[in-house]
Design a protein around this ligand. Structure first.
Ligand code: AMP
Length: 511
């Protein structure tokens, strides 16, 4: 029975007796064949928990091969994989579970107590899977056989639901089909020359499109091996580099590597490709990286809704400060934001995308979906960009005021709404300011009610409790009033200028 993602990414592992996951240091390696058996047992466990074709499986667990097996297992049962950022608080998870109505919520055992009532309130079952691979789900896997009858799915059926940000206000579930993911994995594997000889150094999270689909799907499709690190750990990266051929990272990875004196050409001898994306890579990082290693970082551009859209060429010029050329089969235009009419090279407009990579729409948001698609099928990304005469795309900003910090998206509105509820706060504005390590840092600007004195320590404590760490402002600033234009709109560009200067950053902090 056909099931495109399972058939192309997982079924071929049956013949991979070599390591799919290489042992980082002292752990046992896992062969492709063994991993496929894990996928089958996990699929059996999902079925045993009542998961059926079309159901959502929400997963908030540590990055492990077992967790990745749940992705394959979800595809095998014909269900829809919904990965959640491990930083989300219980209140945030509550929103996603309420919105997506998953049949099963899979969480870390340490979080089970706080999430059991949430799962129950939304009619989801709950199972656990820990960073050590243990938990009630694992016990259930162990009771299954290695054989699984895979569910029939078509190209156009959903296989994943990825939320575009962590907001409880506007977070939208992007519905991704088998064909969306496969077409993109095929294009990237070809463009980036992936083969079964590659060893991907995988240090990205697997709850986001970059680490889950760009990295993992491409590796699985090409029969490559992975050095699967639980996160970005500089020492582990430096130790692993001599065994790897490809690294995929966010710009922060590259600035961190450059800060390490031990990072040099010799460590990169086996490497053939460094890929960057999810946030702008500074041209100066590109230049410094080449000077240190002899490698030109290949920058690409994509988003949760579209998978990858453009990439710098593998063989041609990798142009610093640009995100390269449209992927084969993907149409990318820069259009007039009001009319959607394509603009000429050199003109700045909104980036729009059409192709097999583009998602099916927002989960249970038909109106929002209609708003974001043109009648001719182009998806309006909200990114602003400009093509060069020879077809390279440069991104110049975002239509909305989305903040991207350490590769993660923060919608200012979500933080502002929380700030506005705090005692003595009249209004607030949340902005991103340039940060050497995270790309942007979140800064909150507050206006007090007349006569009120703001308790910044208390406000900060509330933010820490309610928001994932990367969304928490690095600083809270008080101003007498917010600058507004004649239409009454807050001028965030002015605020950004005010707080760009003199803003102290702690570059040693983790995103
Ligand atoms: P996400 O959906 O989390 O992957 O975020 C997608 C957004 O990240 C895009 O709409 C862009 O604004 C931004 N983005 C992705 N790749 C790049 C890049 N190479 N340079 C600049 N921004 C990027």
């Amino acid at each position: 029975m056909p099931n495109p993602i399972y058939d192309r990414l997982f079924a071929p592992l049956i013949d991979m007796s070599s390591s799919l996951f290489l042992a980082p240091v002292d752990e046992a390696a896992i062969s492709g064949t063994e991993f496929l058996a894990m996928v089958h047992r996990a699929a059996g466990a999902l079925r045993a928990r009542g998961v059926r074709a079309g159901d959502r499986v929400a997963v908030q667990v540590a990055k492990t091969p077992e967790a990745l097996a749940v992705y394959g297992a979800t595809a095998a049962v014909g269900a829809i994989f919904l990965p959640l950022n491990t930083a989300y608080t219980a209140a945030e998870v509550d929103y996603f579970v309420g919105d997506a109505a998953p049949a099963l919520l899979l969480v870390d055992p340490a979080r089970a107590d706080s999430l059991v009532p949430i799962a129950a309130a939304h009619g989801a079952k709950l199972s656990t899977l820990g960073a050590d691979g243990r938990g009630s789900f694992r016990d259930l896997c162990d009771a299954q056989t290695d054989v699984f009858a895979v569910e029939h799915r078509d190209d156009d059926d959903l296989v994943a639901l990825l939320y575009t940000s962590g907001t409880t206000v506007r977070s939208k579930g992007a519905m991704l089909t088998h064909a969306n993911l496969l077409s993109n994995a095929e294009a990237l594997a070809r463009e980036w020359r992936f083969t079964s000889h590659d060893v991907l150094l995988h240090a990205l999270p697997i709850f986001h499109t970059h680490g889950l689909f760009v990295a993992t799907n491409v590796a699985l499709l090409s029969g490559a091996s992975m050095l699967f690190l639980s996160g970005f750990d500089l020492d582990a990266i430096l130790r692993s580099l001599p065994r790897a051929t490809v690294l995929m990272g966010v710009p922060t990875f590259y600035t961190r590597l450059l800060e390490a004196p031990r990072f040099d050409r010799v460590l990169c001898e086996r490497m053939r490709l460094f890929v960057s994306g999810s946030a702008p890579l500074l041209a100066e990082t590109h230049v410094a990286f080449e000077a240190r290693t002899g490698h030109r970082i290949l920058e690409r551009y994509g988003m949760t809704e579209t998978n990858m859209n453009t990439t710098n060429p593998y063989d041609g010029e990798r142009r610093a400060g640009t995100v390269g050329l449209p992927l084969p089969g993907v149409e990318v235009i820069v259009a007039d934001p009001d009319t959607g009419a394509p603009l000429s090279a050199g003109e700045t407009g909104v980036v729009e995308v059409r192709g097999p990579n583009v998602f099916k729409g927002y989960w249970r948001m038909p109106e929002k979906t209609r708003e974001d698609f043109r009648d001719n099928g182009f998806f309006i990304t909200g990114d602003l960009g400009c093509f060069s005469d020879d077809g390279y795309l440069t991104l110049v900003g975002r239509q909305k005021d989305l903040i991207i910090t350490g590769g993660f998206n923060v919608y200012p509105k979500e933080v502002e709404l929380l700030l506005d509820e705090q005692p003595g706060v009249l209004e607030s504005a949340v902005i991103g300011v340039p940060h050497p390590d995270f790309g942007e840092a979140v800064v909150a600007v507050l206006v007090a009610q007349p006569g009120a004195t703001l308790d910044l320590v208390a406000i900060d404590a509330v933010l820490r409790e309610q928001l994932a760490r990367y969304k928490q402002p690095k600083t809270l600033e008080i101003v007498p009033e917010l600058p507004r234009n004649s239409m009454g709109k807050v001028q965030k560009n002015l605020l950004r200028q005010w707080f760009r200067e003199g803003f102290k950053v702690d570059a040693t902090e983790n995103p």
